[in-house]
Design a protein around this ligand. Structure first.
Ligand code: NAD
Length: 349
């Protein structure tokens, strides 16, 4: 098992701030991977890990991903991430106290790190953190924030699906195209509904069968069994539940022409992008297509932009994907490699 020293020694980021949080028995890892394009921005993950080093590794890896994601989204932000690695998820006063201690840490960085919600935290937690620092967004609407980012992410995903369909078929008309939405939660629920309105034939898979049924009904579609969803024949597979569904085991079983959805870290391994290309499946790189929530919240909470400006920025996700697909075709590389190249060029300009 790697030690903190070994993990930090291998990392290419700028700074890690660590707090041994004795009060909770946990650790806080605040990683600033890059401030080259602006303050390091990224979510706050609250999670139980097997070891503290696992929490640090997660924060370092995720913050590097944020650098690429925010560079491609062109928001003038760098990449960061924080992990609150706790022995048990705290509730009530203990949770508030933990978030306040964390808020003090964020505040001490003077705005070079800004944060929002991630797995294990939500808008109410951002409201609590905001009691101790102004460098937090993703707050509730009641507190003057933009609220749940899911629906904004969903709008970006639908733009991404249309750009993918246009690249494959020459037209972004979704009429009659079958889209399998895996995960009918905050993002997937809205994706399904929007696709239904666009005339797509929507299939919904969720381990929560009731939720799948109600989302499918709202989208005018049907449900499929969550355990066999990936093998369903469809034009577009939209992973909107969990990561790592694209692997050397699953890719040969896919019966879709495109993969375009919101889930983070969809590829089990980086080289799985090449497997998708070889199988003739167009892959919308996850961190490009799922940036809508980050874009919208940033525009609305940090920059006071109008809804029309938000709409235009979300539509740009489709245009960015088209640019990535064209680059991948021209250079005979995977779409994931083309997205990474776009991020690298933004970081070097
Ligand atoms: P959510 O928790 O609201 O919904 C996830 C849904 O997936 C739930 O309904 C759950 O029952 C279902 N699910 C879990 N395991 C499943 C399985 N094996 N098969 C089918 N369904 C399953 O989450 P969300 O906010 O909608 O986010 C969905 C994905 O998108 C996550 O990977 C998240 O990291 C990513 N993402 C979300 C946002 C955002 O703005 N919410 C932004 C970027 C990326």
């Amino acid at each position: 098992m790697a030690t903190f020293e070994e993990l930090l020694g291998l990392w290419d980021g700028e700074q890690v701030v660590i707090r041994r949080d004795r009060e909770s028995g946990g650790w806080i890892f605040l990683c600033m991977h890059s401030t080259q394009l602006g303050p390091a921005a990224g979510g706050t993950r609250l999670k139980v890990y097997e070891t503290a080093a696992d929490g640090l590794r997660d924060a370092m890896r995720l913050s590097a991903g944020m650098t690429a994601k925010l560079a491609v989204a062109d928001l003038g932000l760098g990449g960061g991430k924080a992990v609150l690695a706790v022995p048990a998820i705290p509730q009530g006063d203990d949770r508030r106290a933990l978030l306040h201690r964390y808020g003090d840490m964020v505040e001490s960085l003077g705005g070079s790190f800004i944060t929002s919600s991630d797995i294990g935290t939500g808008e109410e937690d951002m409201d609590v953190i905001a009691e101790h620092t102004e460098h937090v967004f993703g707050r509730s609407q009641a507190s003057g924030g933009a609220g749940d980012p899911g629906p904004f992410t969903a709008v970006g995903v639908v733009h991404g699906i249309k750009a993918s369909v246009a690249h494959v078929h020459g037209s972004d008309d979704l009429t009659g195209r079958t889209v399998l939405v895996q995960g009918a939660g905050s993002v997937g629920g809205t994706v399904a509904e929007l696709l239904g309105r666009e005339g797509a034939s929507v299939l919904v898979a969720d381990v929560d069968e009731e939720r799948a049924a109600s989302v499918a009904a709202a989208a005018g579609g049907a449900t499929v069994d969550a355990s066999t969803a990936l093998e369903t024949e469809c034009d577009v597979y939209a992973p909107c539940a969990l990561g790592a569904t694209l692997s050397s085991e699953s890719i040969p079983t896919l019966r879709c022409r495109m993969v375009a959805g919101s889930a983070n870290n969809q590829l089990a391994k980086a080289e799985d992008a090449d497997l998708l290309s070889s199988a003739g499946i167009l892959y919308a790189p996850d961190y490009v297509i799922n940036a809508g929530g980050a874009i919208a919240i940033n525009y609305l909470e940090l920059n006071n932009r109008t809804q029309a400006e938000v709409d235009a920025a979300l539509a740009k996700i489709g245009a960015t994907l088209t640019e990535i697909y064209e680059r991948a075709d021209a250079e005979a590389i995977s779409t994931a490699a083309a997205a990474d190249a776009l991020a690298a060029s933004r970081l070097s300009s």
